[in-house]
Design a protein around this ligand. Sequence first.
Ligand code: SF4
Length: 484
Amino acid sequence: MTDMQYNCPLTDDDPELLMNDHPREACGVFGVYGHAEAAKICYFGLYALQHRGQESAGIAASQNGIMNEHRDMGLVPDIFSMEQLGQLKGASSIGHVRYSTTGSSVLANAQPFVVRHHQKAYAVAHNGNFVNAHQLKAALEDQGSIFQSTMDSEIFLHLFVRNLKLGFDKALLEAASKLQGAYSMVVLTSRNEVIGIRDPNGFRPLCLGNMNGNWILSSESCALDLVQAEFVRELEPGEILIIDQNGPRSLFLDKPNRKSFCIFEFIYFARPDSTFMGRNVYQTRKDHGRTLARQASVKADLVMPFPDSGVYAALGYSEASGIPFEMGMIRNHYVGRTFIQPTQSMREFGVRVKLNPIKELLKGKDIIIVEDSIIRGTTAKTRVRALRDLGVKKVHLRVACPPHRFPCHYGIDFSTKGELIASRKSQKELAEFLELDSLHYLSLEGLLESTGVDNPDANFCKACFDGCYPVEFDNSISKDCLEI
Ligand code: SF4
């Protein structure tokens, strides 16, 4: 789900990036069919998906032709009270968590997005990015559509209701076939159907679970674990799964030649207790670290994450190299979103309030830092300098993925090449800039191989590493596609 007005690459002055150099645009979706307290189950599901979005959250529920929804800014536990959940009546429900992007932090863009049409209601919750959103929206507006939000997700509902005259199934197929790019969506109707839709490339995850005969849709399997649902399967790329009183049934969009699951889900986005393509994320990240140790070994006293996103790869690196693993930097977990961002002269404090190195462990040592990725390089320099100031002798940085040289157009918030430090600096230049003794990245081959999926070249999107985009994202979209 993307804000179509968002066109503001983050800069080194962005206060949030002082604290965190990781991408921020992903969302989580969840759906429940058949449970008497569907909204409450949805609430717990969203808890498990909170890591995918912390800006806003919402739940819609449907009963006897009536749909109610509640959305707000903030974290799941801050938004919903038991009383509010009690008002979201019905055995069908969908929910959404949204990640923060600069300039789009408004309630109008929180999801699920609900429309009412001919006495029926439809809601959508979306993870991803339609790359042809501007063209589709312009074509719809030319034909009289009035949009209520700046979200690309709204486009799907416009396309869907326009095609309802063809029948429900055909309307879903027609609407989804017009979309290009990355989308995993859950849709709720006031007839209580819950629908899961995954784009033909399968960029974003979406899985099906069963909870004592009730059906669950979720971005990640970790949320199925929380509600004690059994994992059934991942939705196929291009699958539209309709769940109603007869159970689930599938329609299929035309598939492209290859799947393009976002490999960054394995590297960073997903929770380590989730599983995709039969591979657990925790174990996969450790394997990335093991391969990195084989590809870029160096003598050192200890291996540490920086501070904790690279922890699983660092464990793998340590195991493969025999160098002890330590937690050399401690994160303050209580620095919330209300933290007063530091002025330029107090930047140093801004970083230290969140992270503090353990002097007694690090002083006089040669250390290997393992990071899962370096996107803009905004935090690494300050952190390395803090280690030098402590008296660390040598600092070697190992990154558990290849250099990010190309922007993502499929819903992740590095959308311009200029903001990616690896596109501006060679490995040698970056090592000098960060004042490192050595810097090595995991090779693309090593990443694919250690992900452990058969024929990885034919299964993953890795465009931010190699620039080979599985779906066109420029304006050269055929006119046929825009005939709505
Ligand atoms: S370009 Fe990178 S971040 Fe974007 S979908 Fe592809 S692999 Fe994921």
